[in-house]
Write a protein that binds this ligand. Structure first.
Ligand code: ADP
Ligand code: MG
Ligand code: ZN
Length: 482
């Protein structure tokens, strides 16, 4: 990756499901997770003779996303049919936009090593989602049958296509994070990657440094987590560099990411636009967008991440670093707001969110909105630390348990017997025991080796299973060793 002989070129195509109540061309529900084939009608099942009717909300959302991403909004836009044969499309074509998308020529800014970098957005277009295939076996390759769930078919999507301005897997991740954040703030999508409402395909090529011509491009499909995006790109870049070094040819193709094996696998050779036999959908009239409509939406754009970051610094006195991490996700910012409303020590809250909370969420690939620790539970835990029921160290254990089980902190402390030991006599007994058992360290400390006290404190803490009040342990030890 850091091989200075080569330059990496990446462009992302991101699909996001819009937060409309109904589908793009019929009035079926878009809700996630219903019984298979319950959100369907003759329209989205592709029955002959049923005409599509465009959901105006979809256009509102497309304009909103376009404005938030600094795009030009077309005055004239139209829908086209994109043809391919696969059971996830009942009509054998997807209604999408080809040469006249609703938004063009935008950009967003990513923060990379403390510097702002602008990544171009080539276009944003509206389209319908395909249905979901449920494969019968362990994987698509080994299953003997597949079932089709049409609930997702016809859910409105925006496809957001970046320019090939991204230069590393880290930048790709930063771009996707920023894009997700902007889409969340505008509330056009809930962007739950776990539920597939934000999905990403990555195009990548590698060329000799300074070359004017891009290398052979590979498209990796369906990267559904930030980790998958970064890992898949790192793998693919390495594969390209190896091929270039060995003079092996690379082919332009579509690949898939195998999460378990940690490798990409070839799916098919890349299709070209003409393979899709695009033509304007004769069942839909063009979309004409007045400037008043655009301005109306511009006026009502909600606060975007950058503005909220500045507000958090101003109102809560958060450092820029904290504010930028906490506002990077709208849901996290709201979580923070909810905590601070109950517990005004903003920096303490921020430390827990940026440390334990984000780490746990990342480790489990969990969305904060699904987190079992609700703001009031986190605050209750902070109060237990403040009133010395538990130590900061034990709080970590309580936090972990809350995260896993969703139990209340006070219940966890009671059940697991985690109440901090503050009884002078009890601590003294343990201190005596440790002094007795560690004559060498005691000698060291007495002869001026300040460090030895740390070891002795550690031994008492261990003896108390982490429950002794560390300040008291320290004090008592020093008193006894004087
Ligand atoms: P298609 O419609 O065939 O997928 P596009 O021209 O629309 O092709 O490009 C899709 C994505 O691929 C865009 O995000 C673009 O920035 C990116 N891209 C184009 N050429 C390259 C390249 N050589 N290397 C990496 N990414 C590329
Ligand atoms: Mg593509
Ligand atoms: Zn329908």
């Amino acid at each position: 990756m850091t091989d200075s002989k080569y330059e990496v070129v990446i462009g992302l195509e991101v699909h996001t499901e819009l937060k409309t109540n109904t589908k793009i061309f019929c009035s079926c529900s878009t809700e996630f997770g219903g019984e298979p084939n319950t959100h369907v009608c003759p329209g989205c099942l592709g029955m002959p003779g049923v005409l599509p009717v465009l959901n105006k909300r979809v256009v509102d959302f497309a304009i909103m996303a376009g404005l938030a991403l600094n795009c030009q909004i077309a005055e004239f836009s139209k829908f086209d049919r994109k043809h391919y044969f696969y059971p996830d499309l009942p009509t054998s074509y997807q209604i999408s936009q080809f040469d006249q998308p609703i938004c063009k020529n935008g950009y967003l800014e990513i923060d990379i090593n403390g510097e702002q970098k602008r990544i171009g957005i080539n276009r944003i277009h509206m389209e319908e989602d395909a249905s979901k295939l449920v494969h019968g076996g362990a994987s698509i390759a080994t299953s003997s049958y597949s079932l089709v769930d049409y609930n997702r078919g016809g859910v409105p999507l925006l496809e957001i296509v970046s320019e090939p301005d991204i230069r590393s897997p880290e930048e790709a991740r930063a771009y996707l994070e920023k894009l997700k954040s902007i889409l969340e703030y505008t509330e056009v999508s809930d962007c739950k990657m776990q539920e597939g409402s934000l999905r990403c395909d990555a195009n990548v090529s590698v060329m000799p440094k300074g070359s004017k011509e891009f290398g052979t491009r590979v498209e990796i499909k369906n990267l559904n987590s930030f980790r998958a995006l970064k890992k898949a790109l790192e793998y693919e870049v390495m594969r390209h560099i190896q091929a270039l070094e060995e003079g092996e040819p690379l082919i332009q193709e579509t690949r898939t990411w195998d999460e378990n094996k940690g490798i990409t696998l070839s799916m098919r050779t890349k299709e070209e636009a003409h393979d899709y036999r695009y033509f304007p959908d004769p069942d839909l009239v063009p979309v004409i967008i007045s400037r008043e409509w655009v301005e109306e939406i511009r006026r009502n754009l909600p606060e975007l991440p950058q503005a909220r970051k500045e507000r958090f610094m101003r109102e809560y006195g958060l450092p820029a670093y904290d504010a930028s991490i906490i506002t990077s996700s709208k849901a996290l910012a709201e979580y923070f707001d909810a905590c601070v409303a109950l517990y005004p020590e903003a920096k303490t809250v921020s430390n827990w969110l940026m440390g334990d909370l984000i780490r746990s969420l990342n480790a489990e690939d969990q969305d904060i909105r699904d987190c079992r620790i609700r703001p009031e539970m986190l605050v209750e835990m902070l109060r237990l630390i403040d009133n010395k029921t538990i130590s900061g160290k034990i709080a970590k254990t309580v936090f972990e348990e809350m995260f896993q089980s969703g139990k209340k902190p006070a219940d966890i402390v009671k059940e697991k017997g985690l109440v901090q030991i503050t009884d002078q006599g009890e601590i003294e007994a343990m201190v005596d025991q440790v002094i007795e058992a560690n004559p060498k360290s005691v000698e060291d400390f007495k002869s001026g080796k300040e460090k030895a006290i740390g070891f002795l404190v550690g031994q008492v803490m261990k003896l108390s299973k982490g429950k002794a009040n560390p300040n008291m342990v320290n004090e008592l030890l020093r008193k006894k060793l004087k």
